[in-house]
Design a protein around this ligand. Structure first.
Ligand code: DOR
Ligand code: ZN
Length: 337
C-alpha cells in the first residue's frame, strides 16, 4: 500500500477555543500534528502573561499526554517593551486583528497607524517576536484582503526587522506581495487551497465552508495552490481550523470558521499527490515553519497511507458537536494508527 511519511508536521494557525470545545478539538490536532500556533481570540482575548500560562495549562490538560507543543500567542494591543521582554519566554508570536473583522475580534486594532503602533512593533522586532496579521479591511467582502495589501507594504517597509506573517492568504495579490518583501511570510489554510466562493454560495449555501477571509475566485485559489505546491520557503500551512458548535454554523447568522483539524493532513496529502508534488509537502507542513520561526523539528513522524478515510458527520463530546469540512465524504488518504 502506498505510504507517505511527514516528519514533524506543524499547524501554524489553530483555534482551540476553551472549556468543553477545547476538550473536544485539541486532541484532534494533537493526535496528528506535533505543534501549532494557538490563536488568542478567546472571550476576553489572551493578553496577559498569566492568561497565556493558564490557557497553555488548559491545553496541556486537554491533549492528555500527546507530544504536541502549543505555541502560544497574545492578542495584539499596544504593549511596552518591558512587558514584552517579560512575556517573551511564554509566547511565540502576537496576533493582530483589525477591530470587528472576525470571530471575537471586537477588541482589535481600530486603525493600523504605523506611527502610533511603532513603540510596540519596534520592541517586537528587537525581541524577535513575529507579528501575525489577519489582513482584511472593513470594505466589500471580496476586496477586503486586496485592500489590505497597502497596509502590509507599509508595515514591511516601516519595520524591516519585524517578521510579519500574512495569515490565511486567499488572493493572488497576497501571493504576489509575500514574495516582494524579505520580512513578509504567509500561512495558507486547507479550505483556501480547495474551494472558491462558488463552493460557499454558488449553489445551496454551505455554512461549513463559510469563513473569514471568504474564499475567492478560481484564479486566486490557483495562485495559492501553485505557491503551496512549489514548496516556496515563505509559505507555511496554517489551517485556521476554527470550530463552532454545529447549531451556531447551521443558523441564521452563521458563525465564520471552517473546522479542518482532523482532516487537514490527509486532505493535503491527497491534494499534493494529485498535483504530483508530494515531494514538497514536507516543506509546506514543517520545514518552512521551522525556518521562519527559527525552531527545531521534532523527532516524530506521521505515516499517511493510501486508504479510504470516511470523514464523520460530526465530532462530539463534553456536550459539544462540531462539523468538519467535507463531513460525510470519503477521501483517499488516512493516517496510519
Ligand atoms: O473564519 C474565521 N474564523 N476566521 C478567523 O479569522 C477567525 C475564525 C474564528 O475564530 O472562528
Ligand atoms: Zn484564525
Amino acid at each position: 500500500m502506498q505510504t507517505y511519511i511527514v516528519n514533524s508536521p506543524f499547524d501554524m494557525h489553530i483555534h482551540f477555543r476553551d472549556d468543553n470545545m477545547l476538550k473536544v478539538v485539541a486532541p484532534l490536532s494533537s493526535s496528528t500534528f506535533v505543534g501549532g500556533i494557538i490563536m488568542p481570540n478567546l472571550v476576553p482575548p489572551v493578553s496577559t502573561k498569566q492568561e497565556v500560562i493558564d490557557y497553555k495549562n488548559r491545553i496541556m490538560d486537554a491533549i492528555k499526554g500527546d507530544d504536541f507543543t502549543p505555541f502560544m500567542t497574545l492578542f495584539f494591543k499596544p504593549y511596552t517593551k518591558e512587558f514584552l521582554s517579560d512575556v517573551k519566554d511564554v509566547i511565540t508570536a502576537i496576533k493582530l486583528y483589525p477591530a470587528g473583522i472576525t470571530t471575537n475580534s471586537e477588541g482589535g486594532v481600530e486603525s493600523i497607524d504605523t506611527v502610533a503602533l511603532a513603540p510596540t512593533l519596534n520592541a517586537m522586532a528587537e525581541l524577535n517576536i513575529p507579528l501575525c496579521v489577519h489582513g482584511e479591511t472593513n470594505g466589500f467582502v471580496m476586496d477586503r484582503e486586496s485592500e489590505f495589501m497597502s497596509v502590509y507594504e507599509e508595515l514591511a517597509i516601516a519595520f524591516p526587522k519585524l517578521t510579519i506573517i500574512m495569515e490565511h492568504i486567499t488572493t493572488k495579490d497576497a501571493v504576489d506581495l509575500v514574495q516582494k518583501y524579505d520580512n513578509l511570510y504567509a500561512t495558507i489554510t486547507l479550505q483556501h487551497l480547495l474551494i472558491t466562493l462558488d463552493d460557499v454560495a454558488g449553489g445551496m449555501l454551505a455554512p461549513h465552508l463559510f469563513c473569514k477571509p471568504i474564499a475567492k475566485r478560481p484564479e486566486d485559489r490557483d495562485a495559492l495552490v501553485a505557491i503551496a505546491l512549489s514548496g516556496n520557503e515563505k509559505i507555511m500551512f496554517g489551517s485556521d481550523s476554527a470550530p463552532h458548535p454545529k447549531h451556531a454554523k447551521e443558523a441564521c447568522g452563521c458563525a465564520a470558521g471552517v473546522f479542518t483539524a482532523p482532516i487537514a493532513l490527509q486532505v493535503l496529502t491527497q491534494l499534493f499527490e494529485t498535483h504530483n508534488s508530494l515531494d514538497n509537502l514536507q516543506k509546506f507542513v514543517s520545514d518552512n515553519a521551522c525556518k521562519i520561526y527559527n525552531m527545531k523539528a521534532k523527532e516524530k513522524s506521521v505515516t499517511l497511507v493510501k486508504k479510504d478515510f470516511s470523514i464523520p458527520e460530526y465530532y462530539e463530546g463534553h456536550g459539544e458537536k462540531v462539523v468538519p469540512m467535507y463531513f460525510g465524504q470519503t477521501i483517499s488518504w488516512s493516517i496510519e494508527n
